[in-house]
Ligand binder design. Structure first.
Ligand SMILES: Cc1ncc(COP(=O)(O)O)c(C=O)c1O
Length: 427
């Protein structure tokens, strides 16, 4: 990672590992000016440092005694599935579509963990016919569905809701009692489901799963999860305990999060201390912490509207269709000029998207040079997770392309949508 000078537009911990700055103040990724990628592939454009992704997966694997499963929902495509396969990690898939893409990218089916609070019978059949390694059962309805379609023994896990209020946004908190996910521990559902599945003649219960939420900064929330599970499972004979994902990442200047090494080491440590991991394998499912900082979005500035005494708006050629997180969760981001990294970013603007919603603002208070012009390139860092994967065609805006770059070069892994793509399903 390069050391960002004090005056730099963005601190280095918000940029991919392969970032550096040229003497002219241009942002480079693995030595390539990102402005070159914007010229070649147009904007908006997602750019991912593929080495950064691999490095994060290796760090998680290297510091953990158990298994690492990448959570596809954070960002997924065939090229990402290839990385998962090459780095030999497991995969958390939450739909038939994610399983399909995983298989297309060469992920070994036995390494797929299938999640979802409402898996349809079609999805369950699809997963079973492709021999996915584990189906994590989420409800009593799903037990019935699985038992009805079973043609042999099915390896299953059980998702429990441990009753933990993790310190994060309520929409991405999942471990508390009032949740649509899993079997609640507090009301006895979890115990009942475990008992039922243990006796089932077709379900082979091998794992217990919990996921307490996402964008969590406090290792204490994870320690609490391990403690609750160790008590719950004290007398349960189970081979694997899946602890979910949820590790947070810094999005804005001044934020700090535990590293992925610290996170898995803490889980290991607590698993050992509480006895949870005795005779069992622990599994983690990181998504955001693998891909978020690896990615950034390049936009071209269009209209600049100055309202003296009120606010200055800078509009870009994307918005909530490529990054819905600010609208969904009020998430904060930074913004910077990729060709002017060493210029003072000392004037305040709001970065607006191009969509027909007043709320389509990507960064409410962004600091940019005072003399920015239409046509210049702006980037928002840390957009690698839950950006492209939540993207839409709102206002019939084609989805951006995605480029992977590493020390060997760069390539388009998802092409930009065309106008024709916007009507390809219309009849
Ligand atoms: C079951 C499960 N595992 C893993 C994840 C990944 O979480 P994160 O991206 O916060 O690491 C999620 C996210 O919603 C999830 O629901």
């Amino acid at each position: 990672m390069y050391e960002s000078p004090e005056s730099c537009a963005v601190p280095s911990y918000l940029l991919p590992e392969g970032a550096s700055i040229s003497s002219r103040g241009e942002l480079l990724l693995h030595g390539v000016p990102v402005s070159q990628l914007a010229r070649e592939y147009s904007t908006p454009l997602f750019v991912y440092d593929a080495s950064h992704i691999r490095q994060r997966l290796r760090a998680a694997k290297g510091h953990f005694s158990g298994k690492v499963a990448y959570a596809a929902k954070a960002f997924f495509c065939k090229a990402m599935a290839e990385i998962v396969s090459e780095e030999d990690v497991y995969l958390d898939a939450a739909s038939m579509g994610e399983i399909f893409v995983a298989l297309a990218g060469g992920v070994t089916p036995e390494k797929i963990i299938f999640h979802g609070n409402n898996k349809s019978t079609e999805e369950l059949r699809f997963a079973l016919s492709h021999n996915v390694g584990l189906v994590v059962v989420d409800s009593f309805d799903e037990i019935e569905r699985l038992e009805a379609i079973a043609e042999g023994t099915i390896r299953v896990g059980v998702r429990i809701t441990p009753g933990i209020e993790a310190h994060t946004h309520e929409f991405i908190r999942t471990g508390q009692d009032d949740s649509k996910f899993g079997f609640n521990v507090q009301n006895g559902d979890a115990e009942m489901a475990i008992r039922h599945m243990s006796k089932s003649s077709v379900l082979d219960l091998v794992a217990v799963h919990a996921h307490i939420g996402s964008q969590i900064f406090s290792l204490d929330s994870f320690r609490q999860e391990v403690e609750v599970l160790s008590q719950l499972l004290a007398d349960v004979d189970i081979a694997e305990v899946i602890l979910g994902g949820g590790l947070g990442v810094p999005y804005v200047r001044g934020e700090t999060a535990p590293s992925i090494d610290q996170w898995v080491a803490t889980l290991d440590d607590y698993g050992f201390k509480t006895g949870l991991s005795k005779g069992r394998t622990l599994v983690v499912e990181p998504g955001r912490s693998i891909v978020a900082t690896a990615g950034l979005t390049l936009y071209e500035i269009g209209t600049i509207k100055r309202i003296p005494g009120v606010r200055d708006y800078v509009s870009v050629d994307g918005g909530m269709s490529d990054n819905p997180r600010p609208v969904l969760y009020g998430s904060g981001y930074e913004a910077f000029m990729v060709q002017r990294m060493l210029d003072p970013h000392d004037a305040k603007y709001s970065i607006a998207g191009k969509h027909c919603e007043s709320g389509d603002v990507i960064v409410r208070d962004a600091w940019l040079p005072s003399d920015i012009q239409g046509g210049e390139l702006l980037a928002t860092p840390v957009t690698g997770a839950y950006g492209f994967s939540m993207s839409s065609n709102y206002n019939k805006v084609p989805r951006p392309g995605v480029v992977f770059i590493d020390e060997t070069g760069y390539r388009v892994v998802i092409r930009r949508e065309t106008l024709q793509d916007l009507i390809r399903n219309d009849i």
